[in-house]
Design a protein around this ligand. Structure first.
Ligand code: CP
Length: 312
C-alpha cells in the first residue's frame, strides 16, 4: 500500500495502513536485539536524510534504521551545502533527486515543505516533521509504544498536555489515535489551544485534573519555544505548576497510566525530573521504537515485500 508513495502525514493514512506499519514495526524490533543488527533487505538502496531543522532522535533513528536494513544512508548537511550560496530548497532537492535516491526524508520548519518537495521529486518522500503541521513517524512510534504497553489502542483514553497549538506531534497523534479508536483529549493554557481544535474530534480542557481523569496515556509535549511569537503563559514556574506532570498530578489519571514525551524534555517544566527518568514513563521505549518503526516504514516504502519473508 505504501510502496513508492512515501508518507507526508497521518491524516492521509487509512486505519489498515497504520495497522500494517505497526505490525511490521513490531516484527522489526527483534532485529535490534540481535548481536548483528543488520539484514540485507534494502541492500543497494539509497536513503537521503534532508534535515533543514535540528534533530537528534528522528535523524539518528532514520540513519540507524536505514543502516540496519543495509541501505546506503546520506545525511545532507544544510549548513555546509550550496544553500549557503543561495541555492533554493527546491533546486537543492531536485539536485539530490538527480542522484537517484530511493527515498528522501525531509524535516523543515515551514509546514507544507515536504509536500512541495514531494510534488517535484521522483523519489518517495517521508515527512520527518514540518512546522506545526505533522510529524507522522513520531505518532506511529508513539502508537507502537502504547500498543506494547496496553495491548490495544481501541478504547483507550489518551490525554495530550501542553503546547497543542504549535505541536506537529499533537496533530499527528490526534489523527493517529483517533483513527485507531482511542478517545483523544487535549489540555493546555488557553493561548496554546487552537480555537478550532475540536473539529479534529478531540475534547479540549484547561484543567489538568479533568483531562487526566480516567486517562490511560498521559502525553506531555515540549513547549515549542522556537515557534512562539510571544509569551503564551505568565512564567515557566506557573506553567510547571499548572500543566507540568509530576507524581502527585499523575494520581488524577488511571492507576496504570503511562507517561510519554516526544523529547527533548524541558525537565522540571513539562515533566518532573523523577517522571522523566522513571516508570511509568516510557520515553526511552519511544526512542527505541523509533528505530524499529522507521525500519518498517522504509521497508514498506522502498523495499520489496518478498525480501523480508525470504530471510525468515
Ligand atoms: N521527537 C523528535 O522529533 O525529536 P528530535 O527533534 O530530536 O528529532
Amino acid at each position: 500500500m505504501l510502496l513508492g508513495k512515501g508518507l507526508l502525514g497521518i491524516e492521509d493514512l487509512e486505519r489498515s495502513e497504520i495497522e500494517l506499519i505497526l505490525e511490521t514495526a513490531q516484527r522489526m524490533t527483534e532485529i535490534g536485539t540481535r548481536d548483528v543488527k543488520k539484514v540485507p533487505t534494502l541492500r543497494g538502496r539509497t536513503l537521503i536524510n534532508l534535515f533543514f531543522e535540528p534533530s537528534t532522535r528522528t535523524q539518528t533513528s532514520f540513519e540507524i534504521a536505514g543502516k540496519r536494513l543495509a541501505a546506503d544512508v546520506v545525511n545532507f548537511s544544510a549548513s555546509s551545502s550550496s544553500l549557503s550560496k543561495k541555492e533554493s530548497i527546491l533546486d537543492t532537492a531536485k539536485t539530490l533527486d538527480a542522484m537517484d535516491p530511493d527515498c528522501v526524508v525531509i524535516r523543515h520548519k515551514v509546514a507544507g515543505v515536504p509536500k512541495r518537495i514531494a510534488d517535484v521529486l521522483n523519489a518517495p518522500v517521508i515527512n520527518a516533521g514540518d512546522g506545526a503541521h505533522e510529524h507522522p513517524t513520531q505518532a506511529l512510534l508513539d502508537m507502537l509504544t502504547v500498543f506494547q504497553q496496553k495491548d490495544r489502542l481501541d478504547g483507550l483514553t489518551v490525554a495530550i498536555i501542553g503546547d497543542i497549538a504549535h505541536s506537529r506531534v499533537a496533530r499527528s497523534n490526534i489523527y493517529g489515535f483517533s483513527k485507531m479508536g482511542a478517545e483523544v483529549r487535549v489540555a493546555g493554557p488557553p493561548t496554546m489551544l487552537p480555537p478550532a481544535i475540536e473539529v479534529l474530534g478531540v475534547k479540549a480542557y484547561t484543567s489538568l485534573r479533568e483531562v487526566l481523569d480516567g486517562a490511560d496515556v498521559v502525553m506531555a509535549l515540549r513547549i515549542q519555544n522556537e515557534r512562539l511569537e510571544g509569551a503564551c503563559f505568565p512564567s515557566v514556574r506557573e506553567y510547571a505548576a499548572t500543566f507540568g506532570i509530576d507524581r502527585a498530578k499523575l494520581r488524577y489519571a488511571k492507576d496504570d497510566a503511562i507517561v510519554m514525551h516526544p523529547g527533548p524534555v524541558n525537565r522540571g517544566v513539562e515533566l518532573s525530573h523523577d517522571l522523566a527518568d522513571h516508570r511509568p514513563s516510557v520515553i526511552l521505549d519511544q526512542v527505541r521504537n523509533g528505530v524499529a518503526l522507521r525500519m518498517a516504514l522504509l521497508y514498506l516504502v522502498v523495499g520489496r515485500p518478498q525480501t523480508l519473508r525470504a530471510q525468515e
